[in-house]
Design a protein around this ligand. Structure first.
Ligand SMILES: C[S@@+](CC[C@H](N)C(=O)[O-])C[C@H]1O[C@@H](n2cnc3c(N)ncnc32)[C@H](O)[C@@H]1O
Length: 255
C-alpha cells in the first residue's frame, strides 16, 4: 500500500467515513433471486416475496433474506406479535404480512408522521420515536406483548441501544430481537466509529460479557437485563439476541 492510500485509509477509519453504497449496488441483469440463491444457498418463499415485490419499495441487503428466514420461520402462520422499528414506505410491512400470515399481529413504528397513512394496510402503524419509552410502552400494550422486534429505524447507535434496553425485558421468552444495518456502527454520522464502545457492537460486547457473568468477577454492565439473553449471534451488519432464561451452566462426567 502506498503512503497516500495508507493516509487516506487512516483518516477514513479515524473519522468514521461512510462507504459509497452506490458502488455496492447489485447489477440487476442476473436477477436478485439468482444472486441470493447462488451466494447464500437460500431458496425460500421470502426470497420470492422480496425479489418479485411489485408493491411499495423494500430495500434490503441480499444476505438479510436468508437470515430473516433462519430466525423468523418458526413464527410463520402463528399469532406472532411482530414489531418493526422503521416503516418508511410500508414495503417491508407488506412483505412481513405475506410472510407471517393473517394471524400475525404486525405493528410498525416510525417518527415520520407521513407513515400514518400506511396505518391499517399491512399492519398497524404508530408514530413516535424509538427512543421514547412511553411511546414504546403504549405500543407494546396495544400489541398485547411482543415476540419479535426488528430494528430498522434511525440506525443511530444511541437509539438502537435505548430501544433494546427498553424492549428486550418486555419480550416473551423465546422471542427474537434483531438489529439491522449495523455497518452504521462504523460511521460517525450514526454515533459509531471503528472500535468505539458506544456503538452497537460495543453494546453487544457488553451483552456477551454479561451473558457470561458466572465465568468472571467483573460487574454486570446491564443488571436490568441479567439472565434474560440466552444467545447472541453476529452476522454481517445484523445482530440477533435470543430472549430466553439464561441459567448457570452445570457439567457432568459421564459415565
Ligand atoms: C430504513 S427506513 C425503514 C425501511 C423499512 N423498514 C423497509 O424495509 O422498507 C428507516 C425509517 O426509520 C425512521 N426513523 C428515523 N428515526 C426514527 C426514530 N427516532 N424512531 C422511529 N423511526 C425512525 C425513518 O423515518 C425511516 O422511515
Amino acid at each position: 500500500m502506498g503512503f497516500k492510500s495508507a493516509v487516506v485509509r487512516f483518516i477514513r477509519s479515524r473519522f468514521g467515513a461512510s462507504k459509497d453504497l452506490g458502488k455496492m449496488a447489485f447489477g440487476r441483469n442476473s436477477g436478485i433471486d439468482n444472486d441470493i440463491k447462488e451466494k447464500y444457498g437460500f431458496d425460500g418463499e421470502l426470497l420470492r416475496l422480496f425479489a418479485a415485490n411489485q408493491g411499495p419499495p423494500v430495500h434490503k441487503w441480499h444476505h438479510y433474506i436468508p437470515l430473516y428466514d433462519q430466525y423468523f420461520s418458526r413464527f410463520r402462520n402463528s399469532p406472532v406479535r411482530f414489531l418493526e422499528i422503521g416503516v418508511f414506505r410500508g414495503g417491508s410491512l407488506q412483505m412481513w404480512r405475506r410472510y407471517f400470515g393473517d394471524s400475525a399481529v404486525i405493528f410498525g413504528v416510525d417518527s415520520d408522521p407521513a407513515c400514518d397513512e400506511l396505518n391499517g394496510q399491512s399492519g398497524q402503524v404508530r408514530i413516535g420515536s424509538q427512543d421514547d419509552p412511553n411511546f414504546l410502552e403504549h405500543v407494546i400494550d396495544e400489541m398485547g406483548g411482543v415476540d419479535i422486534v426488528l430494528d430498522d429505524g434511525s440506525h443511530q447507535a444511541k437509539h438502537q441501544i435505548d430501544s433494546f434496553k427498553f424492549l428486550f425485558p418486555r419480550m416473551s421468552k423465546g422471542g427474537i430481537y434483531m438489529v439491522e444495518d449495523l455497518h452504521t456502527s462504523f460511521w460517525r454520522g450514526y454515533g459509531g466509529g471503528y472500535g468505539r464502545n458506544s456503538n452497537f457492537f460495543g453494546f453487544s460486547t457488553d451483552m456477551i460479557n454479561d451473558m457470561h457473568h458466572w465465568w468472571h468477577f467483573d460487574r454486570l454492565k446491564y443488571p436490568s437485563l441479567k439472565n434474560m439473553c440466552s444467545g447472541i449471534h453476529i452476522h454481517d451488519s445484523i445482530a440477533v439476541f435470543e430472549r430466553g432464561l439464561a441459567v448457570e451452566p452445570t457439567h457432568s462426567l459421564v459415565p
